[in-house]
Write a protein that binds this ligand. Sequence first.
Ligand code: GZL
Ligand code: ZN
Length: 341
Amino acid sequence: MFRKRSYGAVMAGILLVLVLMLMIFGSRLFTDVEEMTQVEKDNRIVVGVSQLGSESGFRTANTESVQNAFTKENGYFLVYNNARQRQENQLKAIRSFISQRVDYIIFSPVVETGWDTVLQEAKEAEIPVILMDRSVDVEDESLYVTCVGSNFEEEGEKAGHWLEQELRKRGDAQESVNIVVLAGTEGSSSQLGRTVGFDSVAREHANWNILEQKCAEFTSTKGKEVMRGFLNKYPSIDVVVSQNDDMTFGAIEAIRESGRTVGVDGDIMIISFDAVEGALEMVAEGTINVDIECNPNQGEYLLRVIDMLEAGESVEKQYYVEEDVFTMENVTQEVLDERSY
Ligand code: GZL
Ligand code: ZN
């Protein structure tokens, strides 16, 4: 009995000491972190960034460029959230930035619509909102300060004009051309713009048949799945327009598994978007015929915009990043070596 009681008493004593220690250090720990964070936040510009996901090589590079820009050395405190492709996660993140009273909110809207209310809340909280990569379709454009991204319609037109030139070069300009399109996330600026841009050129050519456009979510898995469906459905496909390199990688796998070939000397021409390093290597070897660049390095542009806002200067409503078009002719070893994404 005695032994049992003393064992129990010892355990209770240890437990009590542990609880006391946790209360002292635990609270100090939380206080320290909170105080430290608060102190740090006080003299650094606090930026809340809602990134839409991590679905592609482009997105990874885009995130890196933001994290490399908003550093402590540059005088920033970055609060970062990955919404994993879900708009409701972005809405939650933006509302949490508002309640944390960040100095700026930056986000890449996964789709163009559904932002009016939350941006109105940010406006009432007097927190400037900057769009990155993609844009929003809102009634009141004053709900965001500026958009740093790409001209997606122009990217789509570039793809169409490349196909025009290529068919002319091959002497096929009048032949009927069967085209399938792997589209990105439905309702995203990149999907909408690239589709409108390419279609604006395609309608100039009665001999271009766009057999089908289907969403493959900007991912390689879906790209392979949708392409496999196209190959089973359409016996003769001449061109694949794939709205990002990740879907292209999946599509090329499906085409090769079907026994057909791709690229410069292949059965099926590949037109892709983004121009990430892995894809440029495929352009250099002739597997991808052309890659329309979509530049993810927006961190520097965003830094400059915030510097201007901090200095009380006015900023443009839209900044387009520099972008190129890559074919075998201009993908040199030097281009590949210096590629940061
Ligand atoms: C384009 C960007 C697109 C990329 C895809 O700026 O929105 O989203 O083209 C990414 O790789 O998923
Ligand atoms: Zn044209």
